[in-house]
Design a protein around this ligand. Structure first.
Ligand code: FAD
Length: 312
């Protein structure tokens, strides 16, 4: 699903973006402007988030459908599982596969506060990976071109509910053994957190690519909200710099872009095989970061041909 480069130099870097399903007609219009701008950069795939407990099931599938039908982009469908029954999740996986989706990011989602789950419900992302592999196995005649690519979440800083970073690595290894093909990281603020995750994972036997998730830090409000939602403490020095820029939007954007570029460069320096940019459905900041990185990307005859047609 993602071509992780071999030994050729300079190694191509996989590129992907995260989008979320729009919540209104106006949001949909903004999103589609974003999608067209991002499409021009020819990413390897775009991921589409999925609400906890399938709260946005219909809009998520609609966006996946439109990406497949109306763009050249390959969707990676996020899917959350906690609290869902095997029957419910099998139905959603089949819906995705029927639509031609061949990449799923298998996630747990937010656990219920009291921890209580319906009888027989899935509990962990690992359960969902195994379920997807079972569904795929039953439909194997249709998969002559290869199996479904399954991505999972990985954590440069301890997952808030995990007892330790060691446990996080055990969970990542378990997800690999259950059939995960690659991992995308949670947001992080220090490159050494990513490098340490990769180092610890490799030492434990995790061999799948671990793609750093990079957030354009171009909004203090968003940095703080994300920190709250994910439990990842933001870099206080970055927060100070963004805060000191106040209402000067150009300065905030310059400071945030600079910080994201430095983080992405350091992750690439630590051996990252790709970058996953959290876009928040806006292309401007993501493309600012990308423009500064000058990533080695494979040349795509298809895209070049499309541009030639467009130019005629
Ligand atoms: P898991 O891997 O199941 O881990 C959850 C917790 O359970 C961890 O503390 C882990 O240590 C523990 N655990 C896992 N397996 C076991 C086991 N076998 N035994 C004991 N303990 C175990 N959320 C959404 O709702 N929608 C999205 O679209 C979405 N996209 C995301 C994309 C990325 C790249 C990332 C990093 C996160 C995303 N999330 C999304 C958030 C995610 O759902 C949360 O981080 C959630 O709290 C954990 O999800 P997980 O898949 O890592 O869960």
């Amino acid at each position: 699903f993602i071509d992780v480069p071999g030994a050729a130099a300079p190694a191509p870097i996989a590129l992907s973006y995260e989008l979320f399903p729009p919540r209104s007609a106006a949001a949909s219009q903004t999103l589609w402007t974003t999608i067209r701008e991002l499409e021009a950069t020819d990413p390897d795939y775009v991921s589409v988030t999925y609400g906890a407990s399938g709260s946005n099931h219909d809009t998520a599938l609609e966006l996946v459908d439109r990406l497949q039908l109306e763009t050249t982009l390959r969707p990676l469908a996020h899917l959350t599982c906690v609290g869902g029954t095997p029957e419910e999740l099998t139905a959603v996986v089949n819906e995705l596969l029927d639509r031609g989706v061949r990449g799923i990011l298998a996630l747990r989602g937010d656990a219920p506060r009291d921890g209580a789950l319906p009888r027989g419900a899935l509990r962990y992302a690992q359960d969902l990976i195994e379920l997807i592999r079972r569904v795929e196995g039953r439909r194997c005649a249709q998969f002559a071109a290869g199996k479904v690519a399954i991505g999972v979440a990985a954590y440069p800083t301890r997952h808030p509910e995990s007892p330790s970073e060691v446990h996080d690595i055990e969970v990542l290894l378990a997800k690999q053994r259950s059939g995960a093909d690659f991992a995308i990281t949670q947001v992080f603020f220090h490159a050494d957190q990513y490098a340490s995750l990769v180092h610890r994972a490799r030492r434990a036997g995790v061999t799948i690519p671990i793609i750093p998730g990079i957030m354009p830090f171009t909004s203090l409000r968003r940095v703080e909200k994300l920190a709250q939602l994910s439990g990842v403490a933001p870099d206080p020095a970055l927060v100070d710099r963004l805060r000191s820029a106040g209402d000067d939007a150009a300065a905030v954007r310059r400071i945030g872009t600079e910080a994201s570029v430095r983080l992405a460069e350091a992750a690439l320096g630590a051996g990252a095989p790709g970058l996953h940019l959290y876009t928040f459905n806006e292309h401007g900041a993501a493309l600012d970061v990308l423009a500064r990185l000058d990533l080695p990307r494979p040349s795509r005859p298809l895209l070049a041909a499309r541009h030639r047609v467009a130019a005629v």
